[in-house]
Design a protein around this ligand. Structure first.
Ligand SMILES: [Zn+2]
Length: 116
């Protein structure tokens, strides 16, 4: 059975490992892939930037406490951070660049700024 080009649906003639009917379709396919991954990266970067701004705004003096409610009200997204730091005592800080947060009891959060 002849394979079909995933871009235009034309039957592919030629070598068995040929994936596209033409260079044009191969390029179109790869460009679309790049576009999708660029969009993904841009969306995640935007979320990280937003999270960073929220932490910066709530923590102007490098150390404070806040609540989950306040973070969520500002649109904070707990799924997006850049690194995790576990202390010797097992506390886990989540960092968005140099702004970190540590979940405390009763939905409180400690906010810290990491000094470089
Ligand atoms: Zn094609």
């Amino acid at each position: 059975m002849a394979k079909e080009c995933p871009v235009c649906g034309t039957k592919i003639i030629g070598r068995a490992d040929k994936k596209f009917c033409s260079d044009y379709c191969r390029n179109a396919f790869n460009n679309q892939l790049n576009k999708d991954s660029k969009n993904l990266i841009r969306n995640i970067n935007n979320r990280l930037r937003k999270n960073y701004r929220i932490l910066e705004e709530l923590n102007p003096n490098e150390k404070t406490k806040t609540t989950k409610t306040k973070l969520i009200a500002k649109g904070f997204d707990f799924q997006h951070f850049t690194s995790i730091y576990t202390t010797k005592t097992g506390n886990i800080y989540y960092f968005v660049y140099d702004q970190g947060y540590l979940p405390l009891e009763n939905e409180f959060y400690a906010l810290v700024k990491r000094n470089s």
